[in-house]
Design a protein around this ligand. Structure first.
Ligand SMILES: Cc1cc2nc3c(=O)[nH]c(=O)nc-3n(C[C@H](O)[C@H](O)[C@H](O)COP(=O)(O)OP(=O)(O)OC[C@H]3O[C@@H](n4cnc5c(N)ncnc54)[C@H](O)[C@@H]3O)c2cc1C
Length: 214
């Protein structure tokens, strides 16, 4: 349901103008440089596009599914790379925190995701775990040392959209090696600066110049 049609139509109009005046003219540059100019990403932040699905209580626009779909129809009238900029934060990167995060995690991360200060990726897929996601091999084993409780994560992910741009990853890893199915898997919020994370090469995908999938 559209809650406030007038406000929503104004938002749609501003996205239409943004696509026509800023994104379409930048398509060639993005295709040639494989980069989206930071000035465009900043405009997306200022329009609130990183917070489409995040509740208003956390600074987002809290669009309904219908509203989000209609807005994305407009945003996708240009290179799909531009939608990818916000795609992982709006969707798989933030929704796990919203659904299953603690109150502290929600209060800390969601406002920063909504403004685009932080952007998020979802790290599930592995070289040998795609459709059958529950077969993932990355492990997160709890250990203790002088620095306190922590998990040691080992594994390789692939096809992680926006990986080089994201500040946090929602990472899926096996915390119970005895359980080979989904029951042995837990989700972690991992800071992208965590020591030991290295990024692979960017996969070249048709129509996706300008956004990385590692
Ligand atoms: C553009 C892009 C962005 C992505 N972004 C992300 C991301 O941000 N984060 C992330 O974690 N992952 C991401 N992925 C990965 C995506 O989720 C996986 O590609 C998907 O889960 C499929 O896995 P796979 O590629 O290993 O294919 P496979 O699982 O190996 O499947 C290959 C083929 O086999 C078929 N198949 C598989 N299992 C069966 C079965 N049991 N019965 C019959 N047929 C079967 C499939 O339909 C498919 O045709 C992205 C992928 C793409 C292409």
């Amino acid at each position: 349901m559209i809650r406030d049609p007038e406000t929503f139509e104004a938002l749609l109009d501003s996205v239409r103008r943004f696509v026509r005046d800023r994104l379409v003219p930048a398509e060639n540059q993005v295709a040639q440089t494989d980069e989206i100019p930071e000035s465009i990403v900043q405009e997306m932040r200022e329009m609130g596009l990183f917070g489409l699905t995040i509740p208003e209580a956390y600074g987002g626009l809290e669009l309904t599914m219908e509203e989000e779909s209609r807005l994305l129809f407009e945003l996708c009238k240009t290179s799909p790379a531009f939608r990818s900029v916000i795609g992982t934060t709006v969707g798989i990167g933030s929704q796990g925190i919203l659904m299953d995060g603690t109150d502290e995690q929600k209060a800390y991360y969601l406002p920063k995701l909504a403004t685009g200060e932080l952007s998020a990726s979802f790290a599930l897929t592995e070289p040998d775990a795609g459709s059958d996601a529950a077969s993932l091999r990355t492990t997160a084993i709890r250990g203790t040392d002088s620095e306190g409780d922590h998990y040691i994560v080992n594994g390789t992910k692939r096809y992680i959209t926006n990986a080089p741009h994201s500040k946090i990853f929602t990472l899926m890893a096996r915390t119970n090696p005895a359980d080979k199915g989904a029951g042995g898997v837990s989700a972690f919020i991992v800071d992208a600066k965590t020591p030991g994370i290295s990024l692979g090469k960017n996969d070249q995908k048709m129509g996706q110049k300008g956004r990385a999938h590692l």
